[in-house]
Design a protein around this ligand. Structure first.
Ligand code: GTP
Ligand code: MG
Length: 149
């Protein structure tokens, strides 16, 4: 089983889409094992998006992700990283297929509703950046053997 970090971004919180985004992940069968609402600090945002620090859009990205509250979670399941990325669609919502989160709920690259870790290394780093080990819960659901068997 893999774990990955998801962030419901400030645009989605403002638009009342927290439940919609989390519901899609839940319906897929992924298990939420950590969840919190927070307002990211500039330093946390810069650490989270460190890989983009040299990009011309970096300051806009940090300004956006710190512009309001976000919901941060850890989801667990078989291939959770790839499954979540596929469900998200492309970075640019304009080329994201209908049925994907960005393809159904977003229009522009700068306000694209959800973040999901892009690799096992990124997932491990990002989960540790946002959650202490004891905040990540280990529990069984009755449906686990039907979705993760
Ligand atoms: P995240 O899940 O947020 O990391 O998105 P991603 O993995 O699909 O894209 P990436 O990590 O490459 O970029 C991080 C974020 O930077 C994206 O979600 C966009 O909001 C923003 N971004 C990426 N490329 C561009 C760009 O060319 N222009 C602008 N304005 N923003 C960009
Ligand atoms: Mg990324």
């Amino acid at each position: 089983l893999e774990r990955t970090l998801i962030i419901v971004k400030p645009d989605a919180v403002q638009r009342g889409l927290i439940g919609e985004v989390l519901a899609r992940l839940e319906r897929r069968g992924l298990k939420l094992v950590a969840l919190k609402m927070m307002w990211m600090s500039e330093s946390l945002a810069e650490a989270h998006y460190a890989e983009h620090r040299e990009k011309e859009f970096f300051s806009d990205l940090v300004r956006f992700i710190t512009s309001g509250p976000v919901v941060v979670g850890v989801v667990e399941g078989p291939n959770a990283i790839e499954v979540t990325r596929t469900m998200m669609g492309e970075t640019n919502p304009a080329t994201s297929p209908p049925g994907s989160i960005r393809g159904d709920l977003a229009l522009t690259i700068s306000q694209n509703v959800i973040h999901g870790s892009s690799s096992p290394e990124a997932a491990q780093r990002e989960v540790a950046l946002f959650f202490r080990p004891e905040e990540i819960l280990s529990y069984e659901r009755a449906i686990d053997r039907w979705v993760a068997g």
